[in-house]
Every structure is written in C-alpha cells, then in structure tokens.
Design a protein around this ligand. Structure first.
Ligand code: UDP
Length: 195
C-alpha cells in the first residue's frame, strides 16, 4: 500500500506514494481502500479490527504461475529457461519467509482488543532483483541465463519495512534468512513440477 515510496524504510506512519490510475493501481489502492473500510467500521461500529501490512512473502505453496518474482525465478531456473529480469534488476524488495509471517499474524491476533495496527510484517533484509536471481541460480544450478525485459509501469524502485512497531509491540522479528527460505521453496517447486 506504500506504492513507489519516497521514505525508506517505510514506517506505518508513512502514507505512501501511489498512482491512482496506473496499470497496477487497483492492487495498491485495493489494499488502501480495504484499510479505510476496516477503520470506518472500527470507528462507526466499534468492530474489533487488526491490520497487518505484508511485505513480499514467499515460500512453499506459492503458485508456480502467479507471476511474482520468487516463483518466476525458481520455476525458470528449474526448467533451465531464461531468468526474466524486469528493468535493470537494481530495484529492491525485502522478502519474508511464510513461516515468519504466520508467526507475526498469530502474535498480532493475540494482542488486546483495542490494538488495531496497522503493523508492518516483513523481513527488513533488502535485495536487488539481480542479487535474488544470483541466489536462485546458485541454489538450483543449471544453465539459465539472465534475460532483461522492460520494467512494468509504476514498478516500485525499493521497498523495505520498518518493523520497529512489530518488534516492540509483538516481540516479533523474522528468523529465516533469504537463502534458507529459498532452499525450502526450491525443494517445494522441484517436487511440484517433478524436476
Ligand atoms: N520481477 C522481475 N522478474 C519477474 C517478476 C518480477 O524482475 O519475472 C520484478 C518486478 O518488476 C518487481 C520485483 O521483481 O520489481 C518484485 O515483483 P513482484 O511482482 O514479486 O512483487 P511486487 O512488485 O508486488 O513487490
């Protein structure tokens, strides 16, 4: 919901920078609108709500064709196809392993009734897409090469969660380093695709 942020890393107090009419706007604005509706119900009807802001989660049981970068790179590497880097690959993301995210959800849901969030849940370790591609290629092996394709419109240049609130309020911080989580995810896709 932060769009292409001008503040880095992004704390919950940052309102984001979102183009309302671009090709990916419905994705960003959908999340923002959902937050607004939840807070309206909280304010008008005292509905008990808790809002998590999720940053680039990955892990086993991702869909092989959902188009996200981790699943794309792993599936491409396993099939020996080119790794599709959009733009120059210098844009960054901070990837959180699914088990860490679930732990954060459980802790958030166990907070007292008045605590609404929003709370950032994500792993602050930040990587460029080129670094991600290199890690995946190292883990999978094979002979895939990098192929550079146009950067989609409004693609965020960088993203990293400020998780100070989750650390203090939930006593939560992600535990699984990217390389370890990728290993599990590669094993999952290898089995799923029979490769
Ligand atoms: N990306 C890429 N190759 C792909 C898929 C995605 O280089 O095959 C890039 C994409 O342009 C973006 C980043 O990887 O900069 C993360 O994309 P994703 O869709 O996974 O997440 P989001 O952009 O929503 O953070």
């Amino acid at each position: 919901m932060y769009g292409d942020p001008e503040v880095h890393p992004q704390p919950e107090s940052y309102w984001g920078k979102v183009n309302p009419i671009g090709p990916r706007s419905c994705y960003d604005e959908g999340k923002r609108c959902a937050e607004t509706l939840f807070f309206d119900y909280h304010q008008q009807h005292s509905l008990d709500i808790k809002v998590a802001r999720i940053f680039n989660t990955y892990g086993p049981r991702m869909h092989p064709n959902d188009g996200r970068v981790v699943s794309n790179f792993i599936v491409q590497a396993l099939k020996g196809e080119d790794i599709t880097i959009y733009g120059d690959g210098q844009q960054t993301r901070s990837f959180c392993y699914v088990d860490d995210l679930i732990e954060g959800f459980v802790k958030l849901m166990n907070t007292e009734a008045g605590f609404t969030g929003p709370v950032n849940l994500g792993n602050p370790s930040e990587f460029t897409m080129l670094e991600l591609a290199e890690m995946v290629l190292k883990l999978v092996g094979g002979k895939s090469r990098l192929s550079f394709l146009p950067l989609p419109a409004d693609d965020p240049r960088q993203r990293q969660p400020d998780i100070s609130l989750a650390q203090t309020k939930l006593s939560w911080a992600p535990q699984v380093p990217l390389n370890d989580g990728l290993k599990e995810t590669v094993a999952y896709f290898r089995k799923l695709l029979g490769l």
